[in-house]
Design a protein around this ligand. Structure first.
Ligand SMILES: O=C(O)c1ccccc1N[C@@H]1O[C@H](COP(=O)(O)O)[C@@H](O)[C@H]1O
Length: 210
């Protein structure tokens, strides 16, 4: 079964909907410029609704050590998702220091980004392939050219993100073989406003992909 991460959730109702719809991961964005930003206090309250079987990811962009410490103490995420220009060593140090799983987002604009991705082997627990940064470092609702993954020797756990929606996610899974898909904009009615019907439709589309 393909894993499903619904990211950028910010209300109790949409957390519950994502869990009920079968998400394996829920994502909370802690990045003030994002329309999906949640304070650490709100993130902790949302995290408390998530059952043990569903993993909680906190997304950060170029955080300092103090912020990571505050996130881990307050929210207690299972996973930290690094979505900025964090170096491999910084990701590795954070994972060890805070005893948490780490994901590193890589914007795939061309094949050279795959070489950069390979430098995170042994430093991050999972790579998250996304479109290159635009207005925001991520969450722009833009897909990248999935053909870039055709001959990629990834060699570590990974996930697919970038412009996924209920109507294209099955094709994306067939095309790339992604073991886990991650969506934010594609299940929104407006930036930062999650739509429960779209969350359900996305999870159904992943389950029915073949
Ligand atoms: O969602 C955001 O606002 C965001 C801000 C900064 C970095 C990443 C962000 N989102 C992540 O980007 C990918 C792709 O999102 P989309 O489905 O294309 O909107 C995903 O991991 C989001 O969680």
């Amino acid at each position: 079964m393909t894993g499903i991460k619904i990211c950028g959730l910010s209300t109790p109702e949409t957390i519950d909907a994502a869990v009920d719809a079968g998400a394996s991961h829920i994502g909370l964005v802690h990045f003030p410029p994002s329309p999906r930003h949640v304070s650490l206090e709100d993130a902790a309250a949302l995290r408390a609704r998530v059952p043990d079987a569903v993993r909680t990811v906190v997304l950060v962009v170029d955080p300092d050590e103090a912020l990571l410490g505050a996130i881990v103490d307050t929210v207690r995420p299972d996973i930290l998702q690094f979505h900025g220009s964090e170096a491999p060593e910084a990701v590795a140090v954070s994972g060890a220091q805070f005893d948490v799983e780490t994901w590193k987002a890589i914007g795939l604009g061309d094949a050279s980004a795959l070489d950069r991705a390979s430098t995170y082997k042994g430093c991050a627990d999972r790579l998250l392939f996304d479109a290159p940064p635009a207005l925001l470092p991520g969450g722009n609702g833009e897909p990248f050219d999935w053909a870039l993954l055709d001959r990629a020797d990834i060699g570590m756990p990974w996930a697919l993100a970038g412009g996924l929606r209920p109507d294209n996610v099955a094709g994306a899974i067939r095309r790339t073989g992604a073991p886990l898909v991650d969506v934010s904009s594609g299940v929104e009615s407006a930036p930062g406003v999650k739509d429960i019907a779209l969350i359900r439709a996305f999870c159904d589309a992943v389950r029915n992909a073949r």
